[in-house]
Design a protein around this ligand. Sequence first.
Ligand SMILES: Nc1ncnc2c1ncn2[C@@H]1O[C@H](COP(=O)(O)OP(=O)(O)O)[C@@H](O)[C@H]1O
Ligand SMILES: [Mg+2]
Length: 227
Amino acid sequence: MKPVIIRTEGVTRCFPSGRETIYALKNVSISIKAGTLTILRGRSGSGKTTLINLLGALDKPTSGKIYFNGNEITQMSEARRDVLRQKEMGFVFQSIALISMMSAYENVEFALRVAGYNSGERRKRAEECLAFVGLSKRMHHRPSELSGGEQQRVAIARAIAHRPRVVFADEPTAELDTNTGLQVVKVFKNLVEKEGLTVVMSTHDPSMVEIADHVYTLEDGEIVDEQ
Ligand SMILES: Nc1ncnc2c1ncn2[C@@H]1O[C@H](COP(=O)(O)OP(=O)(O)O)[C@@H](O)[C@H]1O
Ligand SMILES: [Mg+2]
């Protein structure tokens, strides 16, 4: 049995909008097991980004609780949440935010510099992560010389470089064609199977869900299906 690494209990997130209140998430209770690939599936506006931001401690719920590794993150100070995010979590977003003046290698190496790795460790780990995503041969290219799928793989290498326990990916394949998107999801699947990483990824693309270990379907801020 794989242990639960993230759990939410009756999480609701509202946003005020003029005189009304938008319920982006309503009473969401989910469990994410360590060492699995979980997909949050749903149409645009269903609450995927809101949920990922909450799980990744980037936002706080209006009500309900969120636990990471047994600790309630909804009770933590900002400073503790920052440390948790920096040490235990990695993030990949829809629009690939690589530094355009830096090569693939430098993008990953820079993240390790920020994380406090020394130069020898940075070099070894950056090369290892780029090899993992299949980019050893192209690591000295800049983003503009790489395809969209390759750029997203650099973003994955960068997100895993500091050895987080969980990687959150919010629609990482939305700007890619289906085949390239599937390759990116397979990189995540490999990380889960070979490195024991936990990946939580959102998508509106039904063709991705077969690869997942677990799928939650969101509709209007509610979990309507679990597989
Ligand atoms: N900061 C915000 N302010 C107001 N409404 C928001 C905000 N963030 C999200 N929403 C609303 O919450 C709902 C869910 O949004 P979101 O989580 O971005 O969905 P998805 O990522 O599935 O497209 C939408 O109706 C959206 O308009
Ligand atoms: Mg979204």
